[in-house]
Design a protein around this ligand. Structure first.
Ligand code: ES4
Ligand code: ZN
Length: 327
C-alpha cells in the first residue's frame, strides 16, 4: 500500500510531539553559537552520527544534551515556529505540543522564558498560518513527584497558556501511580490529562495511567496488545493512543517498521493516531511517519488512513466547532 497523495493532503492533528525533540542539529549549533554554549560534538555531522539509539534511555541522554542550548525566550519561540512551519506543510491543522519545563528550570532558565516563548509562537502561527496550536506541560518521571508538584505550582501564573499536563522521560521503574497527587492537583485546576504509558513499560502502566491518574489519552500505548482485557477497555472507552511509528522503529520498540502493530490496534477498534514524537531525532515529521508506515506495513488501506486522521481530530482537545470544521 502507498497512498502518498491521500496521506499528505488529508487534514490531521498532531497530538504527540515534544517541542524540544523538533530541534534539528543545524538549529542546535546555531543556538549554541548565539548563546555561547559549549557542545560535546564538533559538527552538525558528528551530532547527527550520534543519533543511533538502542532504547528510550539512549535517546533521552542525547535529547537532554541538545536542549541545553535553549536559554532565551527567542530560542523557544524560534524552535516552536520552525516546528509549526513543518506542521503546516504536512497539512496539520491542530498541533498539541509537549514541553518539559524541568529540563530548562533545572539549568536556571525561568518558567516565564519557556512558556512565554512557546506561547508567542503558538499565537503568531495561528494568526499568520491558520494552524491551531496548544501546549501540554510534561513532568519528567525520572524525578521525584515533589519536583513535579513544584513545577506545576511554578507554572500557575501561566495557567491560561497550556491546556493540560503529561508525563514523559524514562518509563520503566517510574509507574504512573508515582504521580497520583500531582495529576489530582492538575485535574482540580481543570487541566487535560495525558501520560506516556506502554512505550517500553508493561500494560499495568497503561491501567494505572487510566485508573489512578485518570488520563484522557495514552501516549504510545503499543504494549496494550499483550493484555486482551486492556484492549477491550481502550476500545470501549475510545481512549486514544498517540502512536509514533518512526520513534518506535528508532528506539527498537519493534524490530522493524514492518513489524509495527498499528493495524492490530485499529482493527481491534482502538482510537489509534499517528504522530512524530521527536521529529528531528527519529527521521521525520508527520507526513513521513504516515508515508513510511503505509509503505512498510502491508495491510494498511485508504480506510485505515482516513480512520487515523479522523481519530486524531476527534481525540484532540480542540473546541468542538473547530473539530467539526476539520472533519
Ligand atoms: C520521549 Cl519517545 C519519548 N518517550 C518518553 N519521553 C520522551 N521525551 C521525549 N521523547
Ligand atoms: Zn513522547
Amino acid at each position: 500500500t502507498r497512498l502518498p497523495g491521500l496521506l499528505r493532503s488529508m487534514p490531521k492533528a498532531e497530538l504527540h510531539m515534544h517541542i524540544e525533540g523538533s530541534l534539528e542539529p543545524e538549529m542546535i549549533f546555531r543556538l549554541a553559537e548565539r548563546n555561547g554554549v559549549k557542545l560535546a560534538y564538533a559538527s552538525v555531522e558528528a551530532l547527527r552520527e550520534a543519533y543511533a539509539f538502542t532504547d528510550l534511555q539512549s535517546f533521552l541522554d542525547i535529547y537532554y544534551a541538545g536542549a541545553s542550548v535553549l536559554l532565551t525566550q527567542q530560542d523557544f519561540y524560534d524552535m516552536a515556529r520552525a516546528y509549526l512551519d513543518r506542521a503546516v506543510a504536512d497539512n496539520v491543522v491542530r498541533a498539541e505540543m509537549f514541553f518539559d519545563p524541568q529540563t530548562h528550570t533545572e539549568r536556571g532558565v525561568a518558567m516565564a522564558t519557556v512558556i512565554e516563548g512557546l506561547h508567542r509562537a503558538c499565537v503568531d502561527a495561528e494568526r499568520e498560518q491558520g494552524i491551531s496550536a496548544a501546549l501540554i506541560l510534561c513532568f519528567l518521571r525520572h524525578l521525584p513527584e515533589e519536583a513535579a508538584l513544584q513545577t506545576l505550582e511554578d507554572a500557575l501564573p501561566f495557567r491560561d497558556r497550556f491546556i493540560g499536563v503529561g508525563l514523559d522521560s524514562s518509563e520503566v521503574g517510574h509507574p504512573p501511580e508515582k504521580f497520583a497527587r500531582v495529576f489530582a492537583r492538575a485535574r482540580d485546576l481543570g487541566l487535560h490529562l495525558v501520560a506516556h504509558a506502554g512505550e517500553e513499560g508493561p500494560p499495568a502502566y497503561i491501567w494505572s495511567a487510566l485508573d489512578v491518574l485518570g488520563v484522557e489519552r495514552i501516549d504510545h500505548g503499543v504494549q496494550a496488545v499483550h493484555d486482551p482485557d486492556l484492549m477491550d477497555r481502550l476500545a470501549r472507552d475510545r481512549i486514544a493512543l498517540t502512536v509514533c511509528p518512526l520513534s518506535n522503529e528508532k528506539l527498537c520498540v519493534f524490530p522493524t517498521l514492518a513489524d509495527h502493530n498499528i493495524q492490530r490496534l485499529l482493527d481491534a477498534g482502538l482510537a489509534a493516531t499517528v504522530n512524530s514524537d521527536d521529529p528531528a531525532y527519529f527521521g521525520g515529521y508527520m507526513n513521513t511517519n504516515f508515508t513510511r508506515l503505509f509503505e512498510q506495513v502491508p495491510g494498511l488501506t485508504a480506510q485505515h488512513a482516513y480512520q487515523l486522521a479522523f481519530n486524531s481530530i476527534e481525540a484532540s482537545f480542540a473546541a468542538v466547532a473547530d473539530k467539526q470544521r476539520w472533519q
